[in-house]
Design a protein. Structure first.
Length: 275
């Protein structure tokens, strides 16, 4: 079960929908919810030391005010819904804040983050990738277009037989047990595939857990796989997508893989990623 959940709240963009979804998830599992407001300090190395000190002090005061406002909103929502919770904030330069947030995220059963919005950039846009690749824990990403509460009536699992997908299915078990219907999609897998980790093998595995599963085999170009997933989710009125989060290391940073990046950029349904 999910007993301890964190939601990482940006302070420079509206956080209401994210708070509402996080509170709904916590209520669904009767879990404790930590609201963590994340404010980051931008330092311009071209600014002289004296001027930089003034800028940093101003940013610090502004960040504290923004964080306090977001956490007030979080407190109001969680108290209204009688959800056990704590609220706190982080404020630091980006490289130190990333390390701090990543370390914090390793303690929770589930981390909830906001999808980056390229049309409304936030200082915390990099946070989702940092938590996904650095926490070792599942990440629930909420689309920035999301409105309303969170449901798990119909879940869509994306399956390719790889370790990340297997971890995602395992991490999604609490959600799957509450689902009324589960769709599993394999893209570009031949219908006669009979490997130990094929779609048919996963269906048999889930059936032994009395989970109601409908298989889907679809084809798509590599550059269009994320759109195929989201189209199926729309057609089936899916409430939650479950999938592996893929990336590769470069210069000590993880770079999103193609399908994962496509999902990050075009997400329309809350998605549980596992790396």
């Amino acid at each position: 079960m999910l007993n301890d959940i964190a939601v990482f709240l940006p302070v420079d963009r509206p956080a209401g929908p994210l708070i509402d979804c996080a509170a709904a998830v916590a209520g669904l599992f009767e879990a404790h919810l930590d609201g963590i407001a994340c404010a980051y300090q931008a330092i311009n190395p071209m600014i002289a030391f004296e001027a930089s000190a003034v800028v940093m002090a101003t940013q610090y005061d502004s960040g504290l005010e923004q964080a306090a406002a977001v956490l007030d909103q979080f407190e109001i929502t969680t108290r209204r819904l009688n959800i056990p919770h704590d609220a706190r904030s982080t404020f630091n330069v980006s490289y130190a804040a990333t390390r701090t947030v990543t370390e914090m995220s390793r303690l929770y059963d589930l981390n909830i983050v906001a999808q980056p919005d390229s049309s409304n950039p936030s200082q915390t846009d990099f946070l989702s990738e940092a938590v996904l690749f650095g926490s070792g824990r599942p990440v629930l990403m909420i689309p920035y277009i999301n409105r309303g509460t969170f449901r798990t009536d119909r879940v869509l699992i994306c399956w390719d037989g790889k370790a990340q997908a297997a971890r995602a299915v395992h991490n999604a078990a609490p959600f799957l047990r509450k689902a009324k219907a589960i769709d599993v999609v394999a893209i570009n897998e031949h219908e006669d595939a009979a490997g130990a980790a094929s779609l048919s093998a996963l269906i048999a595995h889930l059936a032994r857990r009395d989970l109601p599963v409908t298989p889907h085999r679809l084809t798509a170009d590599a550059s269009n796989i994320h759109n195929t997933i989201l189209s199926l989710a729309a057609d089936n009125d899916s409430d939650l997508i479950v999938m592996g989060g893929y990336g590769h290391s470069r210069l000590r940073e993880f770079i999103l893989g193609g399908v994962t990046r496509g999902m990050f950029e075009t997400l329309t349904v809350p998605t549980l990623f596992s790396h």
